[in-house]
Design a protein around this ligand. Structure first.
Ligand code: SF4
Length: 349
């Protein structure tokens, strides 16, 4: 039965070799298959022309070849990002974004359908709720299917970096995320450097430092609020893992020489965007090697906060700069096509 078969896109190079061995196939066939899948982006064994007909039949019947399918693509003219709505084999929708900027391209992937953390400002958490975890194939598969689309349309040739900033909290789906990172970085698979991958957490638990050490990827933290009172109000995860525990965990993260932790801070008009909040934030992160990324909020139907004025944004950024904290202001990608996390899927659902 199809359901009992191993999904080939879930298998590491080593696991693929072992599975082929069980099918009485030579180990070098694993490299051939990985070349077709990860280098040539061919996902149908019938098109793998340097494999014998017999082998094509064996792998076609021996494995499941399931990847999420493209349901809808929306192009944002304002920043040239492509928002993908992908359908899983149980009919659920996930979002990925392909962003291009000055010749570099980044894919933002989801690691869950929905999210259990229920951040109030996020359409995924507040409206969709938690549906299920994604498998490694469904996570790494977002990179494969979106890049193939971009290549086929002549819109991009390769991907420079991957960010885990779509639907879901990566550290709750830790094992699947780790395996998808393994698939994306393994030299025989997608062969991307771990330093080109960023994982963003809402601050879930004490395993952050160990996760970064194990995977070698870069860390982003959705901090957003500088006090426990405010943060717990908008991010319920803070009640379980308050700021003092999160900061203590971040101090344990071993950073390479030129690396830093990216602190993401969503500026919500009148809620967390005053100079007093900037002072509290600076005090909180003063002993960490960080870069702060300010994200001005764009009002949505799902969370009726106001946008901060340009003056407020600039004052906030200037205060941090003066205190010696490297700070940038992100102009969100894809917002004219519901680029905020979860909004696109929510609308389609
Ligand atoms: S912001 Fe991230 S962690 Fe929070 S509910 Fe949304 S997807 Fe989950």
């Amino acid at each position: 039965m199809e359901n009992n078969k191993k999904n080939i896109f879930d298998l590491t190079h080593e696991e693929l070799k072992a599975a082929l061995n069980e099918m009485k196939q030579q180990p070098f066939r694993a490299k051939q298959l990985c070349d077709w899948i990860y280098k040539k982006l061919i996902f149908d064994p019938e098109q793998m022309l340097n494999l014998s007909k017999n082998l094509r039949e064996t792998v076609s019947n021996g494995f499941s070849w399931y990847l999420p399918e493209i349901e809808h693509v929306a192009h944002s003219k304002s920043d040239n990002s492509y928002k993908f709505l992908l359908k899983t084999n149980d009919g659920k929708l996930i979002e990925s974004i392909f962003m291009t900027d000055k010749g570099r391209s980044t894919i933002c992937v989801s690691c869950m359908i929905g999210c259990p953390l229920r951040c109030k400002f996020c359409a995924t958490g507040s409206q969709i709720g938690f549906v299920r975890m994604l498998t490694p194939a469904e996570i790494a598969g977002q990179v494969l299917v979106t890049l193939r689309y971009m290549k086929e349309k002549g819109l991009a040739q390769r991907v420079s970096s991957i960010v885990f900033m779509g639907m879901g909290e990566p550290l709750i789906n830790k094992e699947a995320v780790k395996k998808s990172i393994y698939l994306l970085t393994h030299p025989e698979c997608f062969a991307l450097s771990p330093s080109r991958i960023s994982v963003s957490t809402a601050g879930f638990g004490p395993g952050i430092a160990a996760f970064i050490e194990k995977t070698g990827v870069r860390l982003a933290v959705s901090l957003h609020f500088p006090t426990n009172k405010l943060r717990s109000q908008y991010m319920p995860v803070n009640k379980k893992f308050p700021l003092e525990d999160l900061i203590a965990e971040l101090k344990k993260v071993k950073l390479k020489k030129r690396d830093y932790i990216l602190i993401e801070y969503l500026l919500l008009g009148g809620i967390n965007d005053s100079i007093r909040h900037a002072q509290q934030l600076q005090k909180l992160i003063s002993n960490l090697k960080v870069k702060v990324n300010l994200i001005p909020y764009n009002p949505t139907e799902t969370f009726p906060a106001e946008a901060s004025s340009e003056e407020v944004i600039n004052n906030f950024a200037r205060y941090l700069h003066k205190k010696g904290i490297f700070t940038s202001v992100r102009r969100s990608k894809g917002l004219d096509v519901d680029g905020g996390c979860g909004q696109f899927a929510l609308k389609k659902q």
